[in-house]
Design a protein around this ligand. Structure first.
Ligand SMILES: Cc1cc2nc3c(=O)[nH]c(=O)nc-3n(C[C@H](O)[C@H](O)[C@H](O)COP(=O)(O)OP(=O)(O)OC[C@H]3O[C@@H](n4cnc5c(N)ncnc54)[C@H](O)[C@@H]3O)c2cc1C
Ligand code: FES
Length: 380
């Protein structure tokens, strides 16, 4: 892989200055706020980026090209960044999978798919214009390519799940073009396939790249219960036809839950679960019945709030429905803003599908649902 960028000289200097000012009572945030007044891209603790371009990819997906400051570094293909925006005076953060833009340090692009009823994705589409600034986190995540590129790579995407795979594709084309790469990309139609023209262009100009677009409703059925039994799905027959050596090929898959579930089963049946990496964009929903209710006590400083958590809600949703204002950011288990300590009871961790119980266990309200009555201590 290409060498990662390191922090630039101005970023290192600003970080040193912040540490010298700390003993004088100037907090990192206050120092950042002062820098942001001069130029938002100079901040070193809460990073920012400016929108330099935006373009429509499909009717419901838009690419925003962003310029971050010198403190933003280390972006690898497959990473995510948390993008923060204020909506009605509240800061909301969501993860997006950026790809580097060659030739400009700190320049990257995110592509955002509108989600029906979604708060942040629609806000970005409707409000975020060239010249605006957004908060960005340092890049992170484990859905990345290994340091040594394998000779063959299989990428499987569905819908907006193409974004981290596109970052990998562009990286491989630029830095390891001899890698034999197959991309199987499910979308309802070519019109809904993000980057369709760019992928077709890559397939024409890059001999080691095999592009397999699949028109299918199977993994993303529309609401209303319509049946799409005849749509192609990810199965052994399709993989054997398109990527005969699939079970021995390192594979990255990102897309809707049913697509990733199909991939997980295939690689498990092939006895090679370790060759498959998965990235979920949406956390699984709690699946207990709405009438399964548990009493929750949430302690913060000297105060205690009490609410009931229904089985089909996360603890964050349950607290909000009870009228509490609970600290949160991403609602995806990534920013840790909603962290609490379990003092009593058991929760389901929706990210990993596990149960967590026992005093002192850290949990995140946005990815936990109650399995028993609970006592929690807020860490925010
Ligand atoms: C690591 C990671 C990387 C991501 N990268 C991208 C990316 O590059 N491009 C992109 O468009 N999105 C990406 N996402 C999803 C993104 O973070 C948001 O979840 C998405 O934009 C919806 O946010 P919202 O505020 O509009 O919806 P919310 O208001 O949070 O949710 C509205 C409704 O939509 C559902 N929902 C949320 N996200 C999805 C989804 N992806 N598929 C189906 N239903 C969903 C929720 O369950 C809820 O019912 C990524 C998520 C993760 C965890
Ligand atoms: S709100 Fe980000 S981890 Fe819960």
């Amino acid at each position: 892989m290409a060498a990662l960028s390191s922090p630039s000289l101005p970023a290192v200097a600003a970080a040193h200055l912040a540490s010298w000012l700390a003993p004088l009572g100037v907090s990192a945030s206050a120092f950042d706020d002062s820098l942001a007044l001069i130029n938002p891209l100079w901040t070193v603790h809460r990073l920012h980026a400016r929108v330099v371009h935006r373009r429509a990819e499909t009717a419901s997906a838009t690419t925003f090209e962003l310029q971050a400051g010198p403190a933003f570094h280390g972006l690898q293909p497959g990473h995510h960044v948390l993008v923060g925006v204020d909506i009605n005076g509240v800061r909301h953060r969501r993860a997006y999978s950026p790809r580097s833009v060659a030739g400009a340090p700190g320049r990257f692009a995110i592509t955002v798919q509108r989600q029906a009823g979604g708060l942040v994705s629609n806000h970005l589409h409707d409000r975020l214009q060239v010249g605006h600034h957004v908060e960005v986190s340092p890049p992170s995540g484990a859905f990345t390519l290994p340091p040594t590129t394998p000779p063959r790579v299989l990428l499987i995407g569905g819908g907006s799940g193409i974004t981290p795979l596109m970052a990998m594709l562009l990286h491989l084309q630029a830095h390891a073009p001899a890698t034999r790469v197959t991309l199987v990309y499910f979308a309802r139609s070519r019109a809904e396939r993000i980057f369709a023209a760019q992928l077709e262009g890559l397939a024409r100009s890059w001999p080691a790249f095999r592009y397999v677009p699949v028109d299918s409703h199977a993994h993303t059925p529309p609401s209303g219960g319509a049946s799409f039994a005849s749509s192609p799905v990810l199965d052994e027959a399709l993989l054997t036809r398109m990527a005969p050596d699939w079970a021995r090929t390192p594979t990255w898959c990102c897309g809707p839950g049913p697509l990733m579930q199909a991939a997980r089963q295939l690689w498990e049946q092939a006895g090679q679960p370790g060759l498959l990496r998965l990235e979920a964009f949406a956390v699984a929903r709690p699946d207990a019945a709405p009438h399964a209710r548990h009493a929750v006590v949430l302690k913060r400083a000297a105060q205690a709030a009490r609410f009931e958590a229904a089985g089909h809600h996360t603890l964050l949703e349950a607290g909000e429905q009870a009228g509490l204002v609970l600290k949160h950011g991403c609602r995806q288990g990534l920013c840790h803003e909603c962290s609490c300590r379990l003092q009593r009871g058991t929760v389901r961790d929706l990210l990993h599908g596990t149960h967590v119980s026992g005093e002192g266990q850290p949990i995140r309200l946005c990815i936990s649902s109650a399995l028993t009555d609970l006592e929690l201590e807020s860490l925010g």
